[in-house]
Ligand binder design. Structure first.
Ligand code: GLN
Length: 537
């Protein structure tokens, strides 16, 4: 399929500082354009050299978000999917590593016909090609967010590519620059100088922004807007205020009130299809802000110092909270704090326990102890990926009497390897992109709780792991009513375990959190929260 010449491109750059919320602004613009009837996709360009964030520690980068087609990507792609309720793919996350890998690969194959391979034009051409390749899918709009801050050395080839693209695409491309307007207490003023400087930096690189989005704690005065317009060469109506919000889900509404969609459509000379009412979005927001009850969920993990490591889980809990009209209080529990005599104290007032995914053996014994406690005390338990594997280990040790049962990830020589590597994983030495990744089908047993939750016997969920339930032990588990309620028939793999003698004890080998969106809360999360409320009430 060839590129669509009518696709409009919005490039989103950031200035002054990182963490201003480019991802949320991009996703919010996406929501407004989608609401107007356009087909939208959002893409993230990450200037780091890793080919993808899959090999990075969560402390470095937060959660690694997995797409349907098995790409390990930046967590912003999670926001895009949650806001737009549509799938992203490999093509939506481009890193400098990916670009260099593909250029070097071509060079080794002799594709550059003896030329010297250079940043301009070879790297920039590859970046442009990958940005434009999304338009083959016939999107009306592609919003491209450039990671980092303007002026960073590593993002220069990306900014240069956008400069060239803007020239080539003429009226079909605009640049939206996000900056910070600090407030100085001593003088009682909002300051525009950092914005002026960052726009100056952008201009030095050949890019003039069309829209400036100003992150601020206080309302921008007319004076401030005029000043930015004057110094940065843009119309006053293109200076958009982005005030700090109570929740990220408010941002599309704030952007609508600031007419961001109208300004974008005008700049790109696009006739609007529908009006933008945000009816469903507003009702989600209303329920989020006006809960009728509350529940406290312990989120047990080992990366909790950086909450972004569990981004999709937290958002999926919030979506499920809205569905149940209840407020979610998250009690962050570090798995290493869960030593035997402290568990009761830490978990005594929670209404449900979610044991999170993870890698490596740090904190494992704490997770296993916590699971024993919730199993025995009939507290709703939701184990995700490693969380499910820990539940299997706990059950083997304490109910099946398989002493020191373990996963071979933590003890290679265990005599009871209840969680083990699949044969095809044993040969793998390359770490990047080699786990079981992306969407896999799962068949659910009709007489299970999980079936009642999904209301279907055929589902598909996303994976990111190497280890699996070891089927050699399955009959022992099922004799004691810890059953495999979901399996992948083709690969003969256990995907869901549920304990029948407990009100809500479910472990899943996949990551249901990646498919929860504002429009469609994920069913397991919804049911987990519903049951935590029963425990509560
Ligand atoms: N470390 C486990 C595995 O690789 C679990 C991974 C996860 O929780 N995503 O199988």
């Amino acid at each position: 399929m060839s590129e669509n010449k009518n696709t409009k491109f919005v490039f989103v750059t950031g200035g002054v500082t990182s963490s201003l919320g480019k991802g949320i602004i991009s996703a919010s613009l996406g929501v407004l354009l989608k609401e107007r009837g356009f087909k939208v996709s959002i893409q993230k360009l990450d200037p780091y050299i890793n080919v993808d964030p899959g090999t990075m520690n969560p402390y470095e980068h937060g959660e690694c978000y997995v797409t349907e087609d098995g790409a390990e990507t930046d967590l912003d792609l999670g926001h895009y999917e949650r806001f737009l309720n549509s799938y992203t793919s490999q093509k939506n996350n481009i890193t400098a590593g990916k670009i260099y890998q593909s250029v070097i690969d071509k060079e080794r194959k002799g594709k550059y016909l003896g030329k010297t391979v250079q940043v301009i034009p070879h790297i920039t051409n590859e970046i442009k090609k990958q940005i434009k390749s999304l338009s083959k899918d016939n999107f009306d709009f592609i919003i491209t967010e450039i990671g980092g801050t303007v002026g960073d050395i590593e993002s220069l080839p990306f900014i240069e590519s956008i400069r060239q693209l803007k020239w080539e695409l003429e009226k079909n491309a605009i640049v939206m620059h996000l900056t910070l307007i600090p407030y100085l207490h001593s003088s009682g003023e909002l300051k525009t100088k950092p914005t002026q400087n960052s726009v100056k930096k952008l201009r030095e690189l050949g890019l003039q922004p069309d829209i400036i989005i100003c992150r601020t704690r206080r309302d921008l005065t007319e004076d401030v807007k005029n000043k930015i317009a004057l110094f940065c060469n843009i119309e006053k109506s293109s200076v958009i205020e982005s005030k700090d919000a109570e929740t990220i889900y408010e941002v599309p509404c704030l952007m609508k009130n600031q007419n961001l969609d109208k300004v974008v459509l005008k700049k790109l000379q696009t006739k609007t299809k529908n009006s933008c009412k945000l009816k469903n979005w507003n009702s989600f927001l209303k329920n989020l802000k006006n809960p009728k009850q509350e529940t406290t969920i312990a989120l047990v993990g080992k990366y909790i110092e950086l909450k972004d490591s569990y981004k999709s889980i937290v958002e999926a809990l919030y979506h499920a909270g809205v569905k149940n009209k209840c407020k979610i209080n998250i009690k962050w529990v570090h798995s290493e704090d869960l030593v035997k005599n402290k568990i009761k104290n830490i978990l005594k007032n929670v209404n449900g326990v979610l044991v999170a995914p993870g890698f490596g053996d740090r904190g494992i014994e704490g997770k296993i102890q916590a699971i024993k406690y919730v199993r025995e005390n009939k507290i709703p338990f939701f184990g995700i990926c490693l969380g499910m594997q820990c539940a299997v280990i706990e059950f083997s040790r304490n109910i099946l009497n398989l002493k020191n049962a373990n996963s071979t990830e933590f003890d290679k020589n265990t005599i009871y390897p209840v969680i083990d590597l699949m044969n095809n994983q044993k040969k793998i030495s390359y770490k990047g992109g080699t786990m079981r990744l992306g969407a896999y089908k799962c068949e659910i047993k009709k007489d299970s709780k999980t079936f009642n939750i999904y209301k279907s016997s055929n589902i598909s969920e996303r994976h990111r792991h190497r280890y699996e339930f070891n089927n050699d032990f399955l009959s022992k588990f099922e004799e004691k009513e810890f059953i495999a309620s979901g399996i992948n028939k083709k690969l003969n793999l256990v995907e869901i375990m549920e304990y029948k003698k407990h009100p809500w004890f479910i472990g899943v080998q996949f990551h249901p959190e990646f498919k929860s969106t504002v429009e469609q809360a994920q069913p397991l999360f919804v049911s987990f929260i519903k049951n935590s409320l029963i425990q509560n009430g």
